[in-house]
Design a protein around this ligand. Sequence first.
Ligand code: DLL
Length: 433
Amino acid sequence: MERYFQPEIECASQEQIKAWQDERLVKQVKHVWENVPYYRKKMEEKGVTPDDIKGRDDLHKLPFLSKDDLRMAYPYGLRGVPAKDCVRIHSTSGTTGKRVVAFYTQHDIDLWEDCCARALTAAGATSEDVCQVAYGYGLFTGGAGLNGGSHKVGCLTIPISSGNTERQIMFLQDLQATVLCCTPSYAAYLGESMKEMGLTPDQIPLKAGIFGAEAWSEEMRQDIQNTLGIKAYDIYGLTELSGPGVAFECSAQNGMHINEDHFIAEIIDPSTGEVLPEGSKGELVFTSITKEAFPLLRYRTRDICMLTREKCSCGRTHVKMAKPMGRSDDMLIIRGVNVFPSQIEAVLLNAGYPANYQIIIDRVRNTDTLDVQVEMTPEMFTDNMGEIKKRQSELESGLRNMLGISAKVVLVAPKTIVRSEGKAIRVIDKRKI
Ligand code: DLL
């Protein structure tokens, strides 16, 4: 039986969803116009005022916001309420530039936790469950978001945070955790470590996992489901919009319902900004419609994705987003060809390799080189060089077919590639361009 945290919202009619979005968008635009001078200036430059926005159909009139705007307005420029009304911040790791700092009022946190509670409930969690939250706590949104959601559902929550793999496995066993929340790469690592310790999936009561914060393939889902003996559900979100729970997967396990009572999603052509029809692949753009402290209108996520309103078997009516296929800024241009790391991962996992790999790009005598280091599983590990060479060239031809350019594959021994407790680092680009 499908369970819902807020059935009247999650299963609302399309007319009701549109009515909420129309009304809330008008209010959100007015709030931004009155309280966020940075965005008001952008609206003025485009010649739009709140009077032009009567509902969802007018969304396209508003200017976009990008990560560059967030950096420019750092730290307080996009805040919609005074500091005295804010109760918390979260922040991105800032590896690719200035940090993004997002602010929250108590009301914002309350709605965000509802979204995470919807995700947990969709994965089958109830107050009977023990939920081990192994996303990082602190500035990262993963730990705090799922922690809050888990409380709302009434699960016994283990706020273990990321890392310390032995302790994670000890708690899974001793405290009989039934739901695990962490990044998919850490879930895969936990599965691998359990196997090494001689533990089989039936020795832990875990039944479901809520994995997100990074791209992961269907092949990786199967792998995690088998090694941990669970159902693995995807969850999506970004710090700028609140964190995890912007969208979440249901029992259908094919795409994530976007919480449309809080966010309006659009797909645009990333090069022209034109809004694309439903079912097209393009950049995901979000507009918050209920946020107080950090309202964002038409925020360009850079995530490449597709939306569908096809009826879902779970009974939820909110629009679904496909698994993001990568980020427009993840896209590598190698010898002039567009390559997404997810394409490389699909080739490796389809050929039976684990998701432990690293893509290394360099430029030698003005030509880009693409090396892929892939770990063998303990079962396939061999020191027979002939066998290794044969496997390497099989993978090389698989990659050439998928990408249209050649790549050099180096198979390495099990456990050679550094494991991640949070988001995995898959790409090392050494080119100095
Ligand atoms: O990763 C929030 C989060 C925490 C989501 C825990 C899910 C679970 P950021 O660190 O700001 O926030 O990174 C946001 O991560 O724009 C996507 O590119 C990527 N991302 C997040 N979830 C998924 C997912 C958190 N399920 C950025 N699949 C986003 C693919 C994802 N990519």
